[in-house]
Structures are given as C-alpha cells and as structure tokens.
Design a protein around this ligand. Structure first.
Ligand code: 6R9
Length: 656
C-alpha cells in the first residue's frame, strides 16, 4: 500500500451509521446486539459454537467434544458426522426452497443458466456417481481446473458428497503451476473444460492440462474429465480423457451423501507464502461448514428474497467460501459470472446487477479502483436500485475508493462491509455486521463474534499506538485451517512460531500488519512479510524469483512490490544476468513472458530492472526494504549500515 494511502487511512475520521431501515430487518440489528453476541462467545466459545452448530446445520450424528485443542492443532465437533453437500443441497429439498434458484450463471458471451436447488442437487449426484465409478474414493484428491461455469461448483459439491478432497487450481495458472499442485496433492482425477471465455477470447484450459500431464510427470492422475464450454479443438487422450456430457448422460441421479467425520478433509487450496513452494492449506468439514454458514448469514445479512453476487473466482478461497459453500448452505441464490470488465463491455458488472436484481454485491478494492477510473457514467446508465448491501475483500481499501463505492454504486444508502480474512482462516474474521456496526472508510471494523484478534509486538504484547504491529488471532475458531498438506511442521513454524509471546501462548499470525484505534476498530495496513498483493491475489516474492532464476540468462533475481493505483501493488524485478548476457528490452520482455509461463499472467512483472549486483547484508540476505524504496521511487531511508557493498546501492540509484 502506498504511503499516501496509509496517511489518509490514519487521518480517517468519518463514521457511518447503519441505515435505520436496514437495521430493523437485519439478522443482527444493533451494536448492543453485536456486543452481547460477542461477549457471550467470549465467555464460553465452545457453548456458543455448539449452539449454532446444532441450530443451523444438519448432523447425521452429534459430536462428543466441541473442541479438542492441542496447539496448534484443533479438532472441532469431534466424532460428529456431517456432509457439507447435504447441508448445501438435500436439506433445502424438503422445503419450499426446492424450486428456488440456487445458482444463477451468466456466461461472458451472454448465455446464461439457472439451476434450482433440485436441479443442482441432481447434477451434483450424477457427477458424484461418475467420479465414484472412475475409482475415486473417500479421501482421494481431485484437481479442479475450471473456468467460471456451473460445473466448477458442481464438481466441488460432487467431491464433497462422496468424501473426495478437492483441490481447485485457479484457471489463470499456468501448466507448470497446475502440475506442481497436482503433484503435491497426488491428485487421482482432474476435472477441467476445453476452455473458458475471458475478455472476448476463448482461453484454452485443456491444453494446459495436457502440458501439465505430459511425459508422465504427474503419475497419480489416471483420468481427466472435460466439460465442453468453448467448443474449441482439443486433444482427447484415449483411455484417460472423458467428456463430462458423455459421462453425465448415463449417470444415476441417486447418490446419498457420505456420512463424513467432522474432521475429514474437505479441500486443499494452495496459497503463496513468503518462502518456498506454495502451501496446501487444509480445511475440514464440520467447522468450515459452520463458520462459512454463520459468516455468510450475518455479514451478508442473507434473507430469502436476496440475490447475492460475489465476483471472485472459484479458484480462490473467496469463491469457495462465499460463492459456493456459505450461500448454498444458507439456501440463498448465488450468482456466478464468467466474464470480466473488458473493452467491448466495460459496464458488464452493472448489467449483471440490473438483469438479475442483485441485492448484495461483494467485490475487491482493485475492481472498485478500476471502475472509478472507467467513470461514473457506466454504473449511472444502469438501474442499480436493487442493491442494499456492498462488500469488499482482498486488500486494504483506500478511503477514496470506499467513498466512491458507497456513493456511486450504493447510492449512499447501502452499508459497506470491508471483510478481512485469508485462505487460512476459512472465512471472514474482521468485518462490520451491516445492521449493527457503524463503519469507518478504510477500516474492517470489529471481529466477528467468537473471534479474538489483537495487534501485538514481536513478544506478543498488545500495541496501541498508530504505527501498529502484528495482527494476530488468539483463540481457535471453527473455520481455521487445520494444517498444511503433508507438512505439519511448516504449518507450526509459519503461522504459530513467527512471534514469541513471553507466556508461551499460541497465537496465530499470517503476515498482516494492523493498528487498533481507540474505539477498538482494526485498520489492516498490508503484509509485513515478502508477500505481494497484486490485484487482491497473494504472490510470494520467492515464487516469482524462482521463476526468473529458472531462465538460463538470469543469475539472480529479487522481486518487490511497488504501489500501483489500480492493482494495489505491481511487481518490480531486479535481475542480475549471467556473464554471457547483455541487458535489452527484448530480454526484459522475454523474462516477463517466462514468468507468465511458469506461474500465470497474474504474476507478470510490471517492470524488470537489470543490475550488476543486488544489495545484500554481510550474511548474504537481499535487503528488499531498500529495493522497495527504489522501486517506489522514494529516497532510501533507514539503516543501511548492514550493507555489504555500498556502491551497489549507488549504482542502483543511478539507474543502471
Ligand atoms: C480472502 C483473501 C489474504 C490477504 C490477507 C491481507 C489481504 C484480504 C483484506 C485484506 C485488508 C481486507 N486482505 N482482505 N487486507 N483488508 N479487507 O483475500 O484471502 O487470498 O489468502 O489473501 O489479503 O493481506 O493476509 P487470501
């Protein structure tokens, strides 16, 4: 985040009360009601969650213990039997919701589909039978690499139904990134599509899968199911690749949901860390179901008349929790949109809101900044009066963007929920409850009931000044990640041993800095580790550096984030070349392309700076802090005494 934004956030004094009319009808109607819930949860967290679990979800068998906490490993609702696909589908079929729209899908070219709960249930059951017949068993991993089409959600729910563990890989990732994730999870099956429509082009996915599986480098994968979406030409490997529609034709729609243990793994989702390979974040069934259910219900204030739209991709945690599981568990109508604002239709989001009468809209600050730049005339030309609640997620929102969102999109009468959370937390942790908590532009406000968060220093001591400290979570919660796939040691090291509280208490820290104001409101300031947040997507500097170094011309690379008006941060790569190489614009272009090939277009560096050497400490650590200042065009300040060779810095300043 840029210095300007931090300054403006620190000076932000505006306070917005929830509209009275909104509060009257809301699930949580007042600050007092929120406070009472919060206090109740704090006094006896286990009783609080157990009461909600019993009230809000269907269990085949009750748990014996609410929480088994052996830090940092938690088990929730121990020995409870549950199925999240049952909670998202079957239980609505015995109510009037049977014929309610569960999923409304809008394709980029303008095609669309609505699936009622009964229809979605039928398709999920068919696919569950299909993957079972292909030999996928309870506990097996299934890779899902899809465009934003209903089959992506159907595939996830089908896995959950039979107890297979899904691992969704964002469709924008490259073949290499897909291959690494399939191998780490030893996926047995991959579900994909021929391609998807993105910015008026058919983007091939199956061809990436073919590359990822070529030369038998992913030995665990025995089959690939392919949805026909774009009808582009694809290769079908005999004996391995099968068409979704062929399989579906003959599949029975009778598939009772498997009774899963509350702690059985539901999915693995890979996310970036500051070092090394991506981390396979593990979520389990019962706690995740409850946590996404409750956060969706109270934060988006879902009522049966709502049409809810979250613009995320299902390849990210936001898509998992707030397009698929949370809304469907609540029996809501959830929209899925394949497209993105593009030259031929920059106002497409507003078209979707008008067409379906969207009432609750959840998007990212980077999208809001893009809309601001495109101009008010686009939303103003559509009827957005159905909207009653707005949300944001992914990165800190600048107060200017918040105000614009409220005025232009919300017509100054929609509350905004700025929701802070992470892949690892499973669901939203800090947020306003829209009928209850007054908002301040740029602040995610207060913790969700049952969540204990604080801002502390390295020793775990609370920090109250404006410069802030580390944002930590102090007690286990049902939606928390359980471990890293096949790597419990890394889980412990990364999240629970980063800080060193004197009393030996276990606190969870996943990389964000924040400060807490006198009203107890949290202001998230951005990452404190080497993770870059580009357009709301987390990328480890290490991943991008490894991609660069894998190019034969590169000797060494250091990657930092640079403030960017639209994307939040952009990637700047400092690169030293192999002796035989000369810097050139062509080479810079080639290196950018190389990163795209290795990771995907989201990781493309905005700028490559060639240099003779990188600034390092005497112990050989690259001083990224200096590079960050240089990339931002700022004066390099702070301590440079640990630099091994000062001339390196002078040369970099001179712009070699
Ligand atoms: C849900 C999601 C997590 C990181 C997180 C933080 C940033 C997300 C935010 C926010 C400030 C918010 N972040 N929401 N920062 N205010 N409302 O985005 O998950 O992809 O794992 O990213 O995103 O830095 O640590 P994930």
């Amino acid at each position: 985040m840029s210095q300007d934004t931090i300054e403006s956030i620190l000076q932000e004094k505006r306070l917005f009360q929830p509209p009275a009319e909104f509060s009257q009808k809301a699930h949580i109607k007042s600050l007092e009601e929120y406070q009472a819930l919060y206090d109740k949860a704090k006094a006896d967290p286990q009783a609080f969650w157990a009461e909600l679990a019993a009230q809000e979800l269907h269990w085949f068998q009750n748990w014996d213990t609410v929480l088994d906490w052996q830090p940092p490993f938690a088990k929730w609702f121990v020995n409870g039997k549950i199925n999240i696909s049952y909670n998202c589908l079957d239980r609505h079929l015995t109510t009037w919701r049977k014929n309610k729209a569960a999923l409304i899908w809008e394709g980029e070219p303008g095609d669309s589909r609505t699936l009622t709960y009964a229809q979605l249930h039928r398709e999920v059951c068919q696919m569950a039978n299909v993957i079972k017949e292909l030999g996928v068993q309870k506990g097996d991993r299934v890779g899902i690499y899809m465009p934003m089409i209903p089959e992506a959600a159907i595939a996830m729910l089908a896995c959950a139904r039979i107890g297979a563990v899904h691992s969704v890989v964002f469709g924008g990732f490259s073949a290499e990134a897909l291959r690494d994730r399939l191998n780490d999870g030893e996926a047995k099956l991959v579900i994909t599509a021929d391609g998807g429509f993105r910015k008026d082009a058919a983007v091939g996915l199956k061809e990436q899968v073919d590359k990822a599986l070529a030369n038998n480098v992913t030995p665990s994968v025995t089959n690939v199911i392919v949805v026909q979406r774009t009808k582009q030409q694809v290769h079908m490997e005999p004996g391995r690749d099968l068409w979704w529609h062929d399989l579906q034709k003959d599949a029975s729609a009778d598939c009772p949901a498997e009774q899963m243990d509350s702690e059985d793994m539901l999915f693995v989702l890979y996310t970036s860390g500051s070092t090394g390979k991506p981390k396979g974040v593990v979520h389990t069934t019962g706690g995740y179901n409850l946590y996404t259910h409750m956060t969706t219900k109270w934060i988006f204030d879902l009522q049966d008349t709502d049409v809810y739209w979250c613009t995320a991709d299902v390849g990210w945690i936001t898509g998992h929790s707030y397009i698929v599981y949370g809304p469907l568990s609540n029996g809501a109508t959830t929209i899925m949109y394949e497209g993105a604002p593009r030259a031929s239709n920059p106002g497409c989001f507003w078209d979707v809101i008008e067409k379906y009468g969207v009432t609750v809209f959840y998007t990212a600050p980077t999208a809001i900044r893009t809309f601001m730049k495109m101009g008010e005339h686009l939303p103003n030309a559509r009827n957005l009066s159905s909207l009653r609640l707005l949300g944001t997620v992914g990165e800190p929102i600048n107060p200017e963007a918040w105000m614009w969102y409220q005025r232009v999109i919300g017509n100054s009468n929609c509350p905004i929920v700025d929701t802070w959370w992470q892949t690892e937390t499973g669901g939203i942790m800090i947020t306003a409850l829209p009928g209850a908590i007054p908002t301040k532009p740029g602040s995610a406000t207060l913790p969700f009931p049952g969540i204990v968060v604080d801002v502390v220093d390295q020793d775990g001591e609370p920090v109250t000044n404006e410069s802030g400290g580390y944002l930590v979570v102090k007690h286990p919660w049902p939606g928390m990640m359980r471990t890293l796939y096949n790597d419990p040691d890394r889980f412990r090291r990364t999240y629970w041993e980063y800080l060193h509280p004197k009393d030996g208490e276990f606190v969870y820290f996943a990389g964000d800095g924040a400060h807490k104001d006198k009203d107890g409101y949290f202001w998230v300031m951005g990452r404190v580790d080497d993770v870059i947040n580009v357009a709301g997507h987390r990328l480890g500097t290490m991943e991008v550096e490894s991609a660069l170094v894998s190019h034969p011309a590169v000797a060494e690379a250091a990657v930092v984030g640079k403030p960017d008006e639209i994307k939040g941060e952009d990637i700047v790569a400092f690169v030293t070349l192999d002796n035989s190489q000369q810097p050139s614009d062509e080479l810079a272009k080639e290196l950018k392309q190389h990163v795209v090939k290795e990771i995907g277009a989201i990781a493309r560096p905005g700028e490559i700076r060639f240099t003779d050497a990188l600034p390092k400490t005497r112990s050989g650590k690259i001083m990224r802090r200096l590079l960050r200042s240089l990339a931002a065009g700022e004066e390099v300040s702070g301590d440079t005494s640990t630099l091994e060779d000062r001339t390196v810095l002078d040369k970099l300043r001179g712009g070699s």
